[in-house]
Design a protein around this ligand. Sequence first.
Ligand code: HEM
Ligand SMILES: *[C@@H]1O[C@H](CO)[C@@H](O)[C@H](O)[C@H]1NC(C)=O
Ligand SMILES: *[C@@H]1O[C@H](CO)[C@@H](O)[C@H](O)[C@H]1NC(C)=O
Ligand SMILES: *[C@@H]1O[C@H](CO)[C@@H](O)[C@H](O)[C@H]1NC(C)=O
Ligand SMILES: *[C@@H]1O[C@H](CO)[C@@H](O)[C@H](O)[C@H]1NC(C)=O
Length: 498
Amino acid sequence: MLLILESFIVISILVYWVTKNTEFDKIPGPPGILLLNNTLDFLMDPVKMFYYFRMLSNKFKRLYRLKIGPVKAIILHNPEDIETVITGTTNNTKGFLYDFIQPWLQEGLLTSKGSKWHYRRKLLTPAFHFNVLTNFKSAIEESSQRFVETLGKEINRSETNLTPYVNDFALNSICETAMGTKLDEEDANFGKMYKEGIYKLGQYAVYRAQRIWMYPNFVFQFTSIGRKQAKILKILTSFRDRVIENRRNYYNNLNNNFTYDLTYAENSVEFVGKKKMALLDLLLQAERDGVIDADGIGEEVDTFMFGGHDTSANTLQFTMMLLANHQDAQEMVFNECYNIFGTSDRSGTMADLAQMKYLECCIKESLRLYPPLPVITRKIQQTFKLEKYEIPGGTECAILIFDLHRRADQYVEPQEFRPERFQVEPTWHPYAYIPFSAGPRNCIGQKFAMMEVKLALSALLRRYRLLPVTKPNDIIFVTDYVLRVKDPIYVKLEERSV
Ligand code: HEM
Ligand SMILES: *[C@@H]1O[C@H](CO)[C@@H](O)[C@H](O)[C@H]1NC(C)=O
Ligand SMILES: *[C@@H]1O[C@H](CO)[C@@H](O)[C@H](O)[C@H]1NC(C)=O
Ligand SMILES: *[C@@H]1O[C@H](CO)[C@@H](O)[C@H](O)[C@H]1NC(C)=O
Ligand SMILES: *[C@@H]1O[C@H](CO)[C@@H](O)[C@H](O)[C@H]1NC(C)=O
């Protein structure tokens, strides 16, 4: 028995030295264990994993490598190397972590690559033009009114868990802008299942990413999580298809007597009846123009639902927590709103939103401390040189936005909330602040997100004062595709008397 074990170890060491990829192994990184390398390093609960990554960033100041089964990965958190990887058009393929959300998003804008991505990006970019955003705004205004109203019942309670409120707000907003439908007007049960389904898919993807034996689809589909995922996907797809079908029929009944011109969306977006325009309308017009098909519409609608709700909810929640803990900043935001609106409760025009300069600094600072997507990944196509190392083609590249945004060599008091740092010219490297990523594959919805969060916060802070319950230091993070917290974030709400 002992002999077998011994010879196993000897052979292992031999195999290790013979097959050692010398170039890649020169990159510093945690040693892992013999043969399996770092494969089992991440079999830990998602809370530990979050802090394990922070520890590694601290230890390896610029970059490090990981070998997880057959996957070679480099992990970056310094602005110079990140710039090298995400600028330019060559490195536009997403990493393997996206494979686990692909069953849902298919080849939508977020996950696609090459010419398909390029074509769709060109097609969809006009949908986020300023004038089109103005049209989306009215749907978001309504959901921000509802957000403020429903929070009203929390006034004077000792603590309020923000999560259900911000999630509802963000999901309603994106549902109305992407699909042109109100979730609560749909079959309420369906709406609820839809929300829960979206949430669960994210959790399953993380669970799977940690477990290498679940990577192959033919294994995953037989696991209990795999079966649950299939069930949820069915619910999501049928809900989505029903909404799309209703909208398509609506247009068919109008005998095509209308146009949304995608190419010239800047100046020729027309409204049909009194319906608010939705992204889906632009996609259906593109379908009539023959530049996208029904499957394409489905995957883009899913992509916008996915990309556009958790991220905004997250931003809103962290910004509210920060403003509760920084009364001085909250007063400045309140005064800024007061100067714009006086005592009126009307909602903001685009011009009003542009004047909310200090609020914008607070949101930006919140996105720095709490980037909703704490990590993004790419797959390197060709061997190239990074720092003094040779990175082989096929390497996965993870960009740790969370650690990048808290680098002491880039930010004065990096752990502190200092919105004022955005009032002056940046002191940091242009690629040291990338909450929306950067380069050609940056976030297509960033102006939309900023508008959405500003609308919600300006409506909220005019009515209520936020008081601290959860403090920044109380927060425990959990590894997930979006920045998640272990325990709810609480604030206290008071009515403002002007
Ligand atoms: C504060 C809110 C948001 C943040 C922080 C954020 C962040 C990001 C980041 C970091 C990426 C790059 C992902 C990667 O490289 O893998 C991205 C891409 C994307 N985002 Fe956002 N996002 C936000 C809101 C939104 C909204 C509201 C929408 C839709 C209305 C949206 C739609 C997308 C899409 C479609 C992509 C893929 C773009 C492409 O690859 O061409 N995002 N976002
Ligand atoms: C561990 O790394 C070595 C050297 O790069 C490699 O030959 C080996 O295949 C890796 N082990 C696994 C399980 O991937
Ligand atoms: C909340 O408490 C304040 C002060 O105690 C009181 O004036 C106010 O009427 C209360 N508001 C609600 C909605 O209960
Ligand atoms: C289309 O709508 C316009 C304005 O509502 C109307 O004047 C026109 O007659 C309609 N055309 C057709 C073909 O229905
Ligand atoms: C992208 O990746 C290639 C190697 O695949 C590398 O040479 C290049 O510097 C990277 N950056 C840009 C901007 O293309």
